[in-house]
Design a protein around this ligand. Structure first.
Ligand code: PMT
Length: 222
């Protein structure tokens, strides 16, 4: 067991987007690179936690000392996180799971017919992962928005039964998908709001873990 203020704690982190198959060679996906979630996994490890990192399809090296589970789709991510969250002290959802998936993925590569101008792919809703998982300890979500950040983030807090939500404006420069930095606002379930400047994703990770630790301590106080 490593030393640190999260020593012995079990922290579950999700990272990256998902690939929802259209056919055997194509998918619906998004721009998440996994950098935010991997930074949280590294920071939690550096503070002594046992870390399970459930990663969508990303191009990042596994951080040493972290237990990584790779998944492709939202439904696979849900199964992996359900298992990992069964005995966790905190679950931190930095992944960007697809809200919709192709309703009937084709068994074979879709070919274009002569003269075909359009292809219509019907999408159906995926499960909401964090809303479907009960417990998990301290529950932390992210909100990726391009407008009305505060309003949408506040709506997601009770809907997903979160202790706090880390909102990032993914259209702001240096923030959100693929960047090394992030600018976040944290909305708590008791109404507190904390705004931060543009920071490295590793620094944002520590801010999140500081708050997870405070919540764990408050919960365990006699
Ligand atoms: O990976 P990077 O390139 O570093 O980019 C980081 C990031 C922008 C992906 C990250 O900072 C971030 O904002 N992650 C959340 C992306 C997202 O899916 O946001 P959302 O507002 O759509 O979802 C709200 C919350 O519900 C999130 O915690 C999400 O993980 C979760 N969710 C969403 C959909 C779904 N089907 N199940 C979920 O659990």
């Amino acid at each position: 067991q490593r030393s640190g203020d999260l020593s012995g704690r079990r922290i579950v982190v999700s990272a990256g987007g998902t690939h929802e198959p259209i056919d055997p060679v194509r998918f619906v996906g998004n721009r998440s690179t996994g950098k935010m979630g991997f930074a949280i996994a590294e920071a939690a490890r550096d503070r002594g936690a046992f870390v399970t990192l459930v990663a969508g399809p990303v191009a990042l090296e596994t951080p040493w000392g972290v237990h990584r589970v790779d998944v492709q789709t939202v439904r696979e991510m849900l199964v992996a996180l359900e298992q990992a969250a069964a005995d966790s002290d905190a679950i931190i959802m930095a992944a960007a799971p697809a809200d919709f998936r192709p309703a009937s993925p084709a068994d074979h590569k879709i070919k274009k017919a002569p003269g075909q101008e359009r292809l219509v792919i019907e999408l159906e809703q995926n499960p909401d992962i964090i809303a479907s998982i009960p417990g998990g300890g301290i529950r932390v979500g992210f909100a990726a928005e391009t407008r009305n950040l505060a309003e949408y983030a506040r709506q997601k807090l009770p809907a997903k039964r979160l202790h706090f939500i880390v909102a990032n404006d993914v259209s702001a420069p240096g923030s959100g998908f693929g960047t090394e930095t992030n600018q976040v606002v944290i909305f708590h379930d008791d109404g507190r709001v904390e705004e931060f400047p543009l920071l490295s994703k590793y620094a944002v990770a520590h801010l999140i873990l500081d708050r997870v630790l405070e919540r764990l301590a408050a919960r365990e106080r006699p």
